[in-house]
Design a protein around this ligand. Structure first.
Ligand code: UDX
Ligand code: ADP
Length: 480
């Protein structure tokens, strides 16, 4: 029986391995992690991540051919194929700080593989890592090999959170990069055979190692660039009276451009986009390509500009002060249908408002109070370190409270801000909300969720990203 082990039971490792187990009953899959609490959660009824459809897949396979364990060494030594899906944070100190990937966790996983292996292994990169990481890992393994042969493959994951299970069931493509030697090709074929259980052959692309690594960074950079492009347009729309949804629709009808990923928003978040672009920028700089580096840096700058602009809109509309005012924040996750808050724009928006002394009442259907407090007191980039290395009990931010629902959050608030596009925010009883808010009552919609005209009829002053401005906001400066 083929045995697979995945090191790292996170957002990528957990769902990906669960789907491999479901689709390949003849393969035994073990997911291992150093975090005891994470593994216990994977073995319980309350999985550590919220992902539609995941519970069913895990229930179907757990205990049959899918196992979650902290016995890392046992499972690694028994496996034929080892996926590595550990954290790759952005470095916060030393060479490349603020840009380069910190490969500490990757390196320690590689050294552990070398220590415990007694048979030949295929080692597969699953976390996003900079180009040429595979080569570095190969060196660690071969210099410590004790006669064991390793083949390194890069198999980047393209799933998006919230739709992870669907993305894994029906991927646009599976990308496998490996060495162009006969052994490398054999390893590629072995991994192809796994995916071939459910992915059509023509969707499995094979490349050399470096192309696979770079393709992942490039794909995320292109996607993020589309959002920054439409967000840049949203600022121009507000300044000129155009409607960004109409512009996106018209632009997206061009079949060369396509309609997806053109929703203006308060900014993109998530664990990948910013980190991968920073990585790309660093690689360009290291290779003497400052013009290319600056080009991609701009995607992040526009994203930061968009978040700042949103905060400035709020403060300037409310007579230039939010000090002591209750502000309701609806949605904290970085997108709907996930409880994930990594790099969520809500963190920067909330910190911006707290910087102006606002009182925040936050509601998100999936994010816990502990997570919100942790996020608002953590330093930039600290989120991507394994849970056990994060500060255990962050000092709670006093001006922040967490509400059970949108009605409680908005009661007596001066304004409400929509920061995640949860479906339930479309169908709230906005009349009831209006009646219970301070007046003038403001809505700042960072996701184009609400019907602006309906809300204006009810008496709200409404700002919605990229839409023609409410007369109230017209002469207020949006950029500090
Ligand atoms: C992304 C990639 O899509 C995925 O292929 C890769 O494997 C990991 O990174 P993810 O971060 O899970 O996935 O979510 P995604 O749907 O890409 O959204 C990222 C951010 O962009 C979210 O904050 C989302 O709200 C925002 N977004 C997305 C927009 O603001 N506008 C859009 O039109 C689309
Ligand atoms: P991703 O979104 O890429 O899946 P996560 O942060 O969700 O990232 O998951 C990474 C997981 O890897 C964490 O659960 C962390 O505890 C685990 N991890 C980090 N280093 C190691 C290691 N050396 N051995 C085993 N697990 C590790």
């Amino acid at each position: 029986m083929v045995k697979i082990c995945c090191i790292g039971a996170g957002y990528v490792g957990g769902p990906t391995m669960a789907v491999i187990a479901l689709k390949c009953p003849s393969i035994e899959v073990a997911v291992v992690d150093i975090s005891v609490s994470r593994i216990s959660a994977w073995n319980s009824d309350q999985l550590p991540i919220y992902e539609p459809g995941l519970d069913e897949v895990v229930k179907e396979c757990r205990g049959k051919n899918l196992f979650f364990s902290t016995d890392i060494e046992k499972h690694v030594s028994e496996a034929h194929i080892i996926f590595v899906s550990v954290n790759t944070p952005t470095k916060t100190r030393g060479l490349g700080a603020g840009k380069a990937a910190d490969l500490t966790y990757w390196e320690s996983a590689a050294r552990m593989i070398a220590d415990v292996s007694k048979s030949n292994k295929i080692v597969v990169e699953k976390s996003t890592v900079p180009v040429k990481t595979a080569e570095a890992i190969e060196k660690i393994l071969t210099h410590n090999s004790k006669g064991i042969k390793y083949q390194i493959l890069s198999n980047p994951e393209f799933l998006a959170e919230g739709t992870a299970i669907q993305d894994l069931f029906k991927p646009d493509r599976v990308l496998i990069g490996g060495r162009e030697t006969p052994e490398g090709q054999k390893a590629i074929q072995a991994l192809k055979d796994v995916y071939a259980h459910w992915v059509p052959e023509d969707r499995i692309i094979t490349t050399n190692l470096w192309s696979a690594e770079l393709s992942k960074l490039a794909a995320n950079a292109f996607l993020a660039q589309r959002i920054s492009s439409v967000n840049a347009m949203s600022a121009l729309c507000e300044a000129t009276g155009a409607d960004v949804s109409q512009v996106s629709h018209a632009v997206g009808k061009d079949s060369r451009i396509g309609p997806k990923f053109l929703n203006a928003s308060v900014g993109f978040g998530g664990s990948c986009f910013q980190k991968d672009i920073l990585n790309l920028v660093y690689i360009c700089e290291c290779n003497g390509l400052p013009e290319v580096a600056n080009y991609w840096k701009q995607v992040i700058k526009v994203n930061d500009y968009q978040k700042n602009r949103f905060v400035n809109r709020i403060v300037s509309s409310m007579f230039n002060t939010v000090s002591g005012k209750k502000i309701a924040i609806l949605g904290f996750a970085f997108k709907k249908d996930t409880g994930d808050t990594r790099e969520t724009p809500a963190i920067d928006v909330c910190k911006g408002l707290l910087g102006d002394n606002a009182r925040l009442s936050i509601y998100d259907p999936q994010v816990t109070e502990d997570q919100i407090q942790r996020d608002l007191s953590m330093n930039k980039f600290d989120w991507d370190h394994p849970i056990h290395l994060q500060p255990m009990s962050p000092t709670a931010v006093k001006q922040v409270s967490v509400a059970w629902d949108a009605y409680e959050a908005t009661k007596d608030a001066h304004c409400l801000c929509i920061l995640t596009e949860w479906d339930e925010f479309k169908t709230l009883d906005y009349q009831r909300i209006f009646d219970n808010m301070r007046k003038p009552a403001f809505v700042f919609d960072g996701r184009n969720v609400v019907n602006v005209d309906n809300l204006r009829e009810k008496g709200f002053i409404v700002y919605s990203i990229g839409k023609p401005l409410d007369p109230w906001l017209k002469d207020m400066p949006a950029v500090a």
